[in-house]
Design a binder for this molecule. Structure first.
Ligand code: NDP
Ligand code: MG
Length: 381
């Protein structure tokens, strides 16, 4: 069980829920980081008294330093300070809850220091999963997933010593707000339509990813990296109720699933208490009052992002970094209302066609592929 944590991205949806869990479990907090949310980080620092508070926006960090003058919290600014928060000596666990590829370097830095990584920041595993998993293996650092599907799989795999016993992983997918629509109907959906997720309240980037189904595509890649399995052993099934969080089918045909009411505090808490469990505030699942559990095939025609992600997963090398970089840029443009919904998948496909793939990439190759993908998107708008 974790005793003292550092949270990268503490002001976001996962970050705030992590602090809620940490408060209930009585964990100490060594470092908190955000991008520019000065007021929220100030309030968190006053409540949790970390050694270090980081804002990657330098001007915001200067403002925070003035506000926290009367406390013992040291303030640092800039992107490099994320790695300082990730490696702070007092923390045994780092919760990676920043959004996007910016989480990669601090995650690698924390792994070098043998911290437990409670990993929410899926973009890091999508871009550089093999590097990250290899680094964790050689440093002896544990990576415990926070993403609800991967946490479900992690829970189902407790006691499974031999990965060859896994026949396949089955990721469940809510289908997002546009489930059941045709490609043409989906194309008319706006930013405010996309930000209305049926079952979860999350940050804006992942909420859009859920609407395009890119989120599920990123999760397929995340699962392949975490459990070192090929694409042929990771499948996706639509499950509108978000009660079965994912399943594992074993060699003998047994299928294990983890069920629960949709509440991210449960997978967050498990990443902190693993291998143990603790009481949680999540609403207990009442099987007798919950809606019928249904399962269906995802529609890869109406939602091309899922197919694009699976193609990148199949190709490997830097293909997933290109996919992710292009998607981050395109989703940013969609949130700024500069492009339409289907432009996201179109721009990702065009960036993938334009940027060449490097097999067995180094960290520099991955960062270069990410940058090239972003340029390819920006050049087109
Ligand atoms: P939010 O947008 O709610 O929060 C993002 C956090 O990262 C904020 O603290 C934000 O700071 C910080 N941040 C944003 N940009 C930067 C940057 N360039 N440099 C440093 N810090 C930055 O995101 P979520 O909490 O929804 O998601 C976080 C991660 O967890 C994502 O990778 C997502 O895919 C994953 N995840 C989220 C789930 C959820 O339920 N929300 C479920 C499963 C996975 P500031 O407030 O200052 O902008
Ligand atoms: Mg998920």
């Amino acid at each position: 069980m974790s005793k003292m944590i550092s949270i990268l991205g503490s002001t976001g949806s996962i970050g705030r829920q992590t602090l809620d869990v940490a408060g209930r479990l009585g964990l100490q907090v060594a470092a908190l980081t955000a991008h520019a949310s000065v007021e929220r980080l100030e309030a968190q620092a006053r409540q949790f008294r970390p050694r270090l508070a980081v804002l990657t926006d330098e001007a915001a960090a200067r403002d925070l330093a003035v506000r926290l003058r009367d406390t013992e919290t040291r303030v640092a600014g800039g992107t490099e300070a994320l790695s300082e928060a990730a490696t702070i000596q007092e923390a045994d666990t780092v919760v990676t809850a920043v959004v996007g590829m910016v989480g990669l370097r601090p995650t690698l830095a924390a792994i070098q220091e043998k911290k437990r990584i409670a990993l929410a920041n899926k973009e890091t595993l999508v871009c550089a999963g093999e590097l990250v998993m290899d680094a964790a293996e050689s440093a002896g650092a544990q990576i415990v997933p926070v993403d609800s599907e991967h946490s479900a799989i992690f829970q189902c795999l407790q006691g499974c010593e031999d990965r060859r016993e896994i026949r396949r992983l089955i990721l469940t997918c809510s289908g997002g707000p546009f489930y059941g629509m045709t490609y043409g109907e989906v194309g008319k959906m706006t930013k405010s339509d996309a930000l209305r997720h049926p079952n979860w309240t999350m940050g804006p980037k992942i909420t859009v990813d859920c609407a395009t189904l890119m989120n599920k595509g990123l999760e397929v890649i995340e699962a392949m990296r975490l459990y070192r399995l090929p694409l042929s052993q990771v499948s996706v099934v639509i499950h509108r109720q978000s009660i079965v969080h994912s399943l594992v089918e074993f060699r003998d045909g047994a299928v294990l699933a983890q069920l629960g009411t949709p509440d991210m505090r449960l997978p967050i808490q498990y990443a902190l208490t693993w291998p143990g469990r603790a009481e949680s505030p999540a609403e207990p699942l009442d099987l007798l009052s919950c809606p019928p559990l249904t399962f269906a095939q995802p529609d890869r025609e109406a939602f091309p992002c899922l197919r694009l992600a699976e193609e990148a997963a199949q190709e490997g090398g830097t293909a997933c970094a290109v996919l992710n970089g292009a998607n981050e840029e395109a989703v940013g443009l969609f949130l700024a209302e500069r492009i339409a919904f289907h432009d996201i998948s179109r721009l990702v496909a065009e960036a993938r066609a334009e940027v060449g793939v490097i097999r067995r990439p180094s960290l520099e190759d991955i960062l270069a592929a990410d940058a090239a993908a972003r340029r390819a998107v920006l050049r087109r708008v």
